[in-house]
Design a protein around this ligand. Sequence first.
Ligand SMILES: Cc1cc2nc3c(=O)[nH]c(=O)nc-3n(C[C@H](O)[C@H](O)[C@H](O)COP(=O)(O)O)c2cc1C
Length: 212
Amino acid sequence: MPSFKTSDLTKKQSYNLITGAIVPRPIAWVSTISESGLLNLAPFSFFNGIAVMPPTLGFTVAYADDDRGYKDTYRNLMANRECVVNMVTDTVAHAMNITAKGFAPDVDEFEEAALIPIESELVQPPRVKESLIQFECTLNQVVTLKNEVGHSDLMLCNILMIHVDEAIYLGDYKIDQTAYPVIGRMGGSHYTQTNDLFDMTRYHKIDNTTEL
Ligand SMILES: Cc1cc2nc3c(=O)[nH]c(=O)nc-3n(C[C@H](O)[C@H](O)[C@H](O)COP(=O)(O)O)c2cc1C
């Protein structure tokens, strides 16, 4: 069994192993606004819900090796501490990929990917109209992860508001998992669709019966 000590690995080797193994990853499609009022939109798959109470999500922005250094999303969030995390479903997968191109800070990715920005209720950055679930967030704290090879910043965000498209809302605060075509990122250029569901009911600890 090939085994690897991470301190011996290059950045690329670590990237290949970690992003190929920890899959599928949901994608945070993050909209922010720059200090001068420009819209920005970019995907981040080092992403997850972090806590229910207080409602919190987190995604990680890597410091870029090229001349860009800090990515626009990081700079904008640090400037005004607001973002919207839009979930990515199959119909917007291609548009999401366009917004990852690494455009200059003065380029509006909504325009580049022909997406419609709609006003948020509690924060300045707009939501992606085409996204079926959108989280309006403020920045709670940044955890900077650093070693001698590079650094990344985990952006922990308070979820202030959750918008759910009617088509996937069951009522009673539940999302219809059979109708929600969210995509996941796999290793390399692979993605996965999430419509292959199976069910397992949870066991009660005491008598081994199941609960619904
Ligand atoms: C599906 C997908 C997931 C990505 N995940 C991350 C990530 O977790 N962290 C990161 O720093 N970059 C990630 N990227 C790359 C960024 O989206 C890319 O660097 C983008 O240009 C950043 O834009 P910004 O400078 O406008 O913030 C990802 C790209 C794609 C296509």
